[in-house]
Design a protein around this ligand. Structure first.
Ligand code: MRU
Length: 393
């Protein structure tokens, strides 16, 4: 049983516990943001009070909040809270009167700072570009600094709302496509779907991307079982995805990453669905370390491998997978248990390579399941008539 706690000192403006779901990673009310500390799951549900971009930067770097969409939304809302409170209370940045130009430059510098937290997922960088465009356009309209803050806050709040809608659309398109493909291929009615890492409610504003597709299949009565990998070394699969599946009462099986190829060889996996941190213009996809190996064994066994992500994860400015910056994390995540926070499990002095992500080449991807539709055989998206791809290539 998870224990509920919130570290908010004032307790005002905090989403009350009874209004939160155990799976809600982001709790926002105007002027107030709490993030579920995912490092403590599944044993404890502890919320961190986030008052500034700096608080969010630490929460992102230290993995209290993780998952490409959740990182971007948490970053965006942290700045919204910092700006709104500072403007309303005449504190912090607004402890002196500010021109519109000063406000724009402060927001830009805070966004750039948030962009230094984690490098691989495109969502945060797309959000930063979007917010910069929005406030620049607002400034061009000649409005005050205080009103520019409001433009920013409104845009950040919209992002939170739209993410859940987008995930439900990914879930519907994805589940339908998988049903069609597998019905033709296998003639069976219920499927065993393997996923990697955590792409669910916890990694997003709600519902999830790849795990959203699994949720939709379950709702449609088309899921025999979800199979989640442990996801070494940080165990997002065993700690978070397993937690979500048990919470929702979805039939599920947890396996070690190293058991995936054997499970496929035994004929116990019908399809793989994973999330994405960035899809390059040629269709190559960066996702949690271990995804590439899962795609290779799926290819070998003729099992369709799908990527589920919002359409905005396709980064047409990144030519191919080799151009994606892969984050390398602390050796402690391997040498110590509990994501580096527990006891030492490897000898001091050993060299460690700990990339957080890898790239799956486009040739191994059957389709990208997006909120706008399904991109089948995503080879060379840079030849991009997007509607062509959405029609099926
Ligand atoms: O290091 P993490 O836990 O942030 O990695 C998360 C993943 O790789 C997810 O698969 C990806 O961000 C998609 S989340 C909807």
């Amino acid at each position: 049983e998870a224990v509920y706690r919130c570290n908010s000192k004032s307790g005002t403006g905090v989403v009350p516990p009874e209004k939160r779901s155990m799976l809600q990673s982001i709790c926002y009310l105007p002027g107030s943001l709490q993030l579920l500390d995912q490092r403590k799951l599944p044993r404890e549900c502890v919320y961190l009070d986030i008052k500034s971009a700096e608080d969010a930067w630490h929460a992102i770097v230290d993995m209290a909040v993780r998952g490409a969409p959740a990182i971007a939304i948490a970053a965006a809302l942290s700045l919204a809270v910092e700006l709104a409170n500072s403007r309303n209370n005449g504190s912090g940045f607004f402890s002196q009167s500010r021109t519109a130009k000063e406000v724009v430059s402060f927001i830009e510098s805070q966004l750039d700072y948030l962009g230094t937290s984690r490098p691989t997922a495109v969502n945060l960088f797309e959000a930063i570009k979007f917010f910069k465009r929005e406030i620049a356009a607002a400034a061009d309209r000649g409005i005050t600094g205080e009103d520019i803050v409001q433009v920013y806050v409104d845009a950040a709040e919209r992002m939170l709302e739209e993410d859940v809608k987008s995930n439900m659309a990914i879930g519907d398109h994805g589940a339908q496509a998988i049903c069609e493909d597998l019905k033709v291929k296998k003639g069976v009615d219920k499927f065993r779907i393997l996923t990697h890492c955590n792409t669910g409610s916890l990694a997003t504003a709600g519902y999830g991307t790849a795990l959203g597709v699994i949720r939709s299949l379950h709702r449609m009565g088309k899921l025999e079982a979800a199979i989640c990998t442990e996801t070494r070394p940080y165990n997002q699969g065993s700690r978070l995805t397993a937690f979500e599946l048990v919470h929702d009462g979805i039939p599920a099986l947890l396996v070690a990453d190293s058991a995936v190829a054997s499970l496929k060889a035994c004929g116990r996996v019908d399809a793989v669905v994973v999330g994405a941190d960035r899809v390059a213009a040629n269709g190559d996809t960066a996702n949690k370390i271990g995804t590439y190996a899962i795609a290779l064994s799926a290819f070998h066994h003729g099992i369709p491998f799908y990527v589920a992500a919002p359409f905005t994860t396709v980064d047409l400015l990144t030519h191919s997978g080799t151009d994606i910056h892969i984050e390398e994390r602390s050796p402690k995540e391997l040498t110590h248990s509990h994501g580096g926070h527990g006891t030492q499990v490897a000898p001091s002095g050993i060299d460690v390579w700990n990339p957080a992500f890898d790239v799956t080449p486009a040739q191994f991807i059957a389709a990208i399941l997006t909120d706008k539709g399904v991109i089948r055989k995503p080879r060379g998206l840079h030849v991009f008539d997007i509607s062509y791809w959405l029609r099926g290539g």
